[in-house]
Design a protein around this ligand. Structure first.
Ligand code: PEP
Ligand code: MG
Length: 901
């Protein structure tokens, strides 16, 4: 017979703290605390696989559950020496949710279950407190009606308020027994009116109702959303904990509280928490009465406090992590109701992990495993000041979008990149708001505080560029309608129209857009961060490089611990001069002249103008990286991205270049492609226009020679994008070497360099064995490889991918494949590509430079399949460093476990 229900009480428990998957975090914690002798009220846990069964079988319970529940209720009655519904001394229980991963406040709780018209009298007699008994009863009826039956909270609260008004009472604690008695009668009448039946008097019927409500709350909207946001997947469901009630509201010798074994904000080793005299847990949560600091409890009830302090020490030693505990004091006696690993700020995460290592409570390896990628990410970015009132913040939400780059940003709405530049010059803070962005917008994006686009996904242009800069960015903002002509941003859903120039606040971590100007704060990097990252670097095998296009980014990345550049996208340099922004226009003209040219000669002339700019950029980058390897990719995007599409701008360009507007229009029309992502881009451009490659290689090698002469060590790696065939790559590597070798020879120096390719197409991955005959290195461009393998557009899939990830909708993928590598499909191609490539060329250097190089799970995969390095945008470098160390520790543990078995 399958066991669905697990008992705990009187010092014994069926299970322990390690049974989180089956009993849920709360159930496992209660079992563990019972076992180690802490004062825990008895009870039982209905397992999480019961919830799984419930949903897999059309919301029906397993056949054995009824019997097991009845047996466990009987056992509980025996241990507590009380009976459910007893008219003399009734047993009351709480019914609470609890899944394997903590989801605070997302699921349901019912307290004081077991009260009815008879047992309430029993409770009054047993406690000698009629007022308390009827208050407990009305709380139960209220919770049961709203939580189990889904009735309106407001309707019931309204009745409570009217009763108090009638009695001229403000505080709940001043309501007499008769007041609560009257309210129970009113609640019950309301219940009958709404449900068409009487309020259930039978405690077992009440219990089944409550169990159903807890299971039901597993799939409630807010719980599903929470799991998606927190990336919680693979759980069976929630457990249900039925536990004897203890009361913190029997008088001033009772109370309830929540405490943490260390300060969850700073991580300091101090006992931290709140206590509320004469109250039940829900009063603390509801925030109606203000609790006192835990230190007050030491004064009010020194004995209970001392006991709690003991529990604190015992639990932290036992769990070897900071605990978040709930307790109740009933008539001076302490009861523990919950212990779980406490949630904490990113700074506290680092501090606690470091301190616990130093205290020898955990090892360095464990400390490394305790840091989550979000902890690192959130350390670096400004956030909306926590002092801002939550309610007023909520009232300002105008849209939700995809949280492309975390952090917060505040500025005035600006709808064009050119205006953004202008405004920023005048000292204004702007948020660039666009339907989508293109390379033309880069300069405006660079000066903006944050970027908001109405379309796009996590690897859209805006997201990729902003991520490189660590700039707050929200893409695919739901329902945001931008009217460039009227200069408005309309959000019909919330009935708001904002104008250009209005203040906007973006929370890029959550993907929430607020109207107005919110105060931001930037947290300082804690010492513990540096300590733990150093530990991680000592463990990892994988090298971590960065994707950087400018000397500034390169320098930033070095600060974050980058060990080279894995991808320098040279086309960004065509548009913006990051060292001398006022010179950007010269570059733009150069590239546009080249694109509009009709013949090779004219193209070469235009390219010659670009050469010094590119060379200067490369000198800057090589100097910043000072001897670390630098992978520079030749031009990649389709050329139409570099020419203006608006008529007015075309006229302007024609004038500047001294050609006719018709020529510009004709050329732009010629460049139009219906499917540019699969069009004339990547290395196909250099097959058609070898002069582009010649100019770029010349700029790279001349810069390297210049640096070499100035005693800066350089390790250039020239990378050819989007290769699909060995012959194609052969033509281009030959051309590259011809230019490079001639320059090096002329300079009379020794300058090692590599020529390799990106693997971004399934064909290239499949034929990697052949391609490795001509490539010295592979860098997997997993943005394009995901796009082409899955047949999903990296720019547009954001519109429907949420449905693919939402477990309530299709739930096809556990996560966005443009963010976390699809290890099964795309990963299979990469694995094959590496295997075949190394078969041909055992020295083949292999890395990844798609966005996945900065995603923790994907980095771990890259380690497993034997890559040499990953490359991530500067702000993500620490995430990759940590993930690379974590996977080594995890592997070691797996190997140890394997040996044990
Ligand atoms: C890629 O495709 O993964 C890549 C790094 O190149 P890009 O994003 O510039 O297309
Ligand atoms: Mg690519």
């Amino acid at each position: 017979m399958t066991k669905w229900v697990y008992f705990f009480g009187a010092g014994k428990a069926e299970g322990d703290g390690t049974w989180r998957d089956l009993l849920g975090g709360k159930g496992a914690g209660l079992a563990e605390m019972t076992k180690i002798g802490l004062p825990v009220p008895a009870g039982f846990t209905i397992s999480t696989d019961t919830c799984d069964y419930f949903y897999k079988n059309g919301k029906k319970y397993p056949a054995e559950l009824k019997k097991q529940m009845t047996e466990n209720v009987a056992k509980l009655e025996k241990v507590t020496q009380k009976k459910l519904g007893d008219p003399k001394n009734p047993l009351l229980v709480s019914v609470r949710s609890g899944s394997a991963r903590s989801m605070p406040g997302m699921m349901e709780t019912i307290l004081n279950l077991g009260l009815n018209d008879k047992s309430v009298v029993g409770l009054a007699t047993a406690t000698g407190n009629e007022r308390f008994a009827w208050d407990a009863y009305r709380r139960f009826v209220q919770m049961y009606s709203t939580v189990v039956m889904g009735m309106s909270k407001e309707d019931l609260e309204h009745r409570l308020r009217s009763m108090k008004d009638k009695l001229h009472i403000k505080e709940d604690t001043a309501v007499p027994a008769s007041g609560w008695k009257g309210l129970v009668a009113e609640y019950k009448a309301y219940f009958k009116e709404q449900a068409g039946q009487d309020f259930p008097e039978d405690p077992m019927e009440q219990l089944w109702g409550a169990v159903g409500a807890v299971f039901g709350s597993w799939m409630a909207e807010k719980a599903v959303t929470y799991r998606r946001v927190e990336k919680i997947t693979g759980l069976l469901g929630t457990g249900v904990n039925v536990q004897q009630m203890v009361f913190g509201n029997t008088g001033d010798n009772s109370g309830t509280g929540v405490c943490f074994t260390r300060d969850p904000s700073s991580g300091e080793k101090i006992f931290y928490g709140d206590y509320l005299t004469n109250a039940q847990g829900e009063d603390v949560v509801a925030g109606i009465r203000t609790p006192v600091h835990l230190t007050q409890l030491a004064k009010i009830m020194p004995k209970a406090y001392a006991q709690l302090e003991n529990v604190r020490v015992q639990l932290e030693k036992h769990y070897r992590d900071m605990q978040d505990m709930e307790f109740t004091v009933e008539d001076g006696k302490l009861y523990m109701l919950q212990t779980r690993t406490g949630k904490r700020t990113p700074a506290a995460t680092f501090k606690i992990a470091m301190d616990m290592t130093n205290e020898k409570l955990i090892t360095k390896e464990e400390a490394i495993l305790r840091i989550k990628p979000e902890d690192i990410e959130r350390l670096f970015y400004p956030v909306i000041d926590a002092k801002v009132d939550k309610k007023s913040l909520e009232s300002r939400i105008i849209a939700h979008g995809i949280n492309a780059v975390p952090g917060a940003a505040v500025g005035k709405i600006c709808l064009s990149a050119a205006d953004a530049e202008e405004w920023a010059k005048n000292g204004e803070k702007v948020i660039l708001v666009r339907r989508e962005t293109s390379p033309e917008d880069v300069a405006g994006m660079a000066v903006a505080q944050g970027i908001l686009t109405a379309t796009g996904g996590k690897t859209s242009h805006a997201a990729v560029v902003a991520r490189g800069w660590g700039k707050c960015c929200i893409v695919g903002a739901d329902g945001v309608d931008i009217d460039y002509k009227a200069k408005t941003v309309k959000v019909a859903k919330v009935g708001k129209t904002l104008k250009e120039g209005d203040w906007l606040t973006l929370d890029g971590s959550e993907g929430i857009v607020y109207s107005g100007e919110m105060p931001l704060v930037t947290p300082e990097l804690p010492k513990a961060y540096h300590v733990i990252m150093k530990w991680a670097d000592g463990i990892r095998k994988l090298r971590v490089r960065t994707n950087a296009d400018t000397p500034q980014d390169a320098r930033k990345a070095i600060e974050f611990g980058a060990e080279g550049i894995g991808l320098c996208r040279t086309e960004h340099m065509f548009f913006t001069d990051f060292e001398q922004p006022e010179k950007s226009h010269d570059r733009q003209l150069g590239i546009q002249e080249m694109i509009l040219a009709d013949n090779r000669e004219a193209r070469v002339k235009a390219l010659d103008k670009l050469l010094p700019f590119q060379r200067r950029d490369f000198v800057g980058i090589f100097t910043a990286m000072d001897g670390l390897p630098v992978t520079i990719r030749l031009v990649d995007p389709p050329l139409h991205e570099f020419v203006p599409h608006e008529h007015a701008k075309q006229v302007e360009l024609a004038k500047e270049l001294g050609i006719s507007v018709e020529t510009v229009e004709r050329r732009v029309a010629q460049l139009h492609e219906s499917n540019p992502m699969l069009g004339h881009r990547g290395c196909r451009l250099c097959i058609t226009y070898p002069e582009i490659l010649e100019m770029q290689v010349r700029a790279i090698i001349e810069a390297a020679i210049e640096c070499h002469k100035g005693r800066v060590k350089v390790l250039p790696e020239i990378m050819i994008p989007l290769t699909l065939d060995k012959k194609e790559l052969g033509i281009l590597t030959d051309a590259t070497r011809r230019v490079a070798d001639a320059l090096i020879k002329k300079a009379g120096i020794k300058l090692p360099y590599l020529v390799g390719t990106m693997i971004e197409l399934p064909r290239a991955a499949l034929l990697a064995g052949e391609i490795a005959e001509v490539a010295e290195f592979f860098s997997f461009g997993t943005n394009d490889l995901t796009q082409t393998t899955m047949g999903l557009s990296r720019d547009d899939a954001g519109r429907f991918l949420p449905d693919y990830v939402d477990e309530k909708k299709a739930g096809v993928f556990a996560g966005d494949p443009f963010q976390t590598l699809d290890q099964k499909g795309v990963g299979m191609l990469i694995r094959w590509g590496i295997e075949q490539g190394r078969k041909t060329n055992p020295k083949l250097k292999v890395g990844i430079c798609g966005e996945h190089g900065g995603d923790s799970d994907s980095v771990k995969f890259c380690h497993e399949i034997g890559m040499d390095y990953v490359s991530a945008s500067p702000f993500r470098v620490p995430i990759s460093r940590l993930a690379a160390a974590q996977v080594v520790v995890e592997d070691k543990r797996k190997a140890k476990e394997g040996k044990k078995k």
